[in-house]
Design a protein around this ligand. Structure first.
Ligand SMILES: Nc1ncnc2c1ncn2[C@@H]1O[C@H](COP(=O)(O)OP(=O)(O)OP(=O)(O)O)[C@@H](O)[C@H]1O
Ligand SMILES: [Mg+2]
Length: 369
């Protein structure tokens, strides 16, 4: 037996202590404790720096008050301004029909309805996606002057990975979003080690992981900008491997194997958030990659996609929609794209995988499709 509680490695687990994020918690909760009316906060940080954890902790702590309104929206599944406004409206006014209202009107009506709550917190996590795919979401989220005033505090926390998004927005939206920015800096190696050690204590049996294996894991995660989620994924994968060979201890070789299979920029479980077309496109990419290629052109990918859809009797999407899906996969950091340089006829986009091995991705996609 390797694990004591494997769930403690999952991103949804709330650890007892959240270290090195006191300032971020303090700044986000300040408005909830003393503010009036709605206010906007922009949480920015690289992957696995505790943004979601901190927001979920604040959402959980709010019910200590009498009747707060809390909502966590993952923009990986609520990708357009319409999706966001509808989800907010349905949560705030569940019995009122959505039809016949503009996105903006739904959004404002929902905010109006939360006015009577004893404090509200709305988290729009992974907002990079709507902000990149639908520029109008910036308009929806930044027209704060139109929001209803209220004696009770409402905090809308917009969580993004990359500040670079703001440079693509119009300057008014960008400056409004920047006004209350909360930075989540990457952890140092020492901080990462301490956070991971604490999680190891919660999830592994005593002495079930060798010191060298743990060191190999934290070093690998430090190289990926100290991504804690990646470190925990490595540990889970390595622990499962050790279990399969009936070992009592996770060894460095388990971690090495785990590194060769585990994506750092996303979690295999995140593939569940993709729609069927995106899954088919990714499946086609992994199929081409197993034929010893390190990248594919868009033409090759499109042909393979149509072929895979035909084989699995799946409906296909048009060229432009396919492009949008490829872009979404890039925003989700599952693939990388670049414009071809010399050696190619004309200009074409090259698609690279952002994962070390296609096989685990294929296996998970086949499970989902
Ligand atoms: N300071 C911390 N203390 C304890 N656990 C942490 C801390 N920071 C991150 N974690 C853990 O690391 C994992 C990743 O954190 P989280 O999901 O909050 O990252 P994120 O910044 O939202 O990343 P992404 O941009 O990929 O969504 C979670 O399991 C979380 O519990
Ligand atoms: Mg997150």
């Amino acid at each position: 037996m390797i694990f004591r509680d494997k769930e403690a490695l999952s991103p949804s687990y709330l650890p007892r202590d959240i270290r090195y994020r006191e300032e971020q918690i303090d700044r986000l909760s300040r408005h909830l404790l003393t503010g009036r009316g709605p206010s906007l906060a922009l949480a920015v940080g690289r992957k696995g720096t505790g943004k979601t954890l901190v927001c979920k902790k604040l959402l959980e702590d709010l019910p200590a008050k009498t009747s707060p309104f809390t909502l966590y929206l993952d923009c990986r599944t609520n990708r357009s301004p319409g999706d966001i406004a509808r989800a907010l409206h349905s949560a705030a006014i569940p019995y009122e029909p959505l039809k016949g209202h503009s996105t903006q009107a739904l959004f404002l009506k929902a905010l109006e309805a939360t006015k009577d709550a004893d404090g509200s917190m709305i988290v729009l996590d992974h907002a990079d996606i709507p902000l990149r795919l639908h520029p109008t979401s910036a308009f929806l989220l930044s027209r704060t002057e139109a929001w209803p005033t209220s004696p009770n505090p409402t905090l809308i926390a917009i969580v993004i990975e990359d500040l670079d998004i703001l440079s693509h927005l119009d300057s008014r939206a960008s400056s409004t979003l920047r006004r209350n920015m909360i930075d989540f800096p990457s952890y140092s190696e020492r901080e990462l080690r301490r956070i991971v050690q604490q999680r190891v204590n919660d999830s592994f049996r005593k002495k079930a992981i060798s010191t060298e294996a743990l060191k190999a894991c934290t070093e690998a995660a430090t190289r990926q900008h100290a991504n804690v989620r990646y470190a925990l994924d490595l540990l889970r994968h390595a622990g499962e491997r050790a279990e399969r060979r009936d070992a009592l201890v996770v060894e460095p070789s388990d971690i090495e194997h785990s590194i060769s299979e585990t994506p750092s920029a996303f979690s295999i479980h995140d593939l569940g958030l993709l729609d069927d077309h995106e899954r088919m496109i990714l499946l086609s990419l992994t199929h081409l990659l197993t034929k010893q290629r390190s990248y594919v052109t868009t033409g090759q990918l499109e042909n393979e996609y149509r072929e895979q859809c035909r084989r699995l009797s799946r409906p296909t999407i048009r060229h432009t929609t396919l492009w949008k899906s490829v872009k979404t996969l890039e925003i989700l950091r599952i693939i990388k794209t670049e414009i071809s340089g010399r050696g190619f006829r004309g200009r074409t986009t090259l698609i690279h995988p952002n994962f070390p091995s296609p096989q685990p991705i294929r296996t998970q996609l086949m499970r989902l499709l």
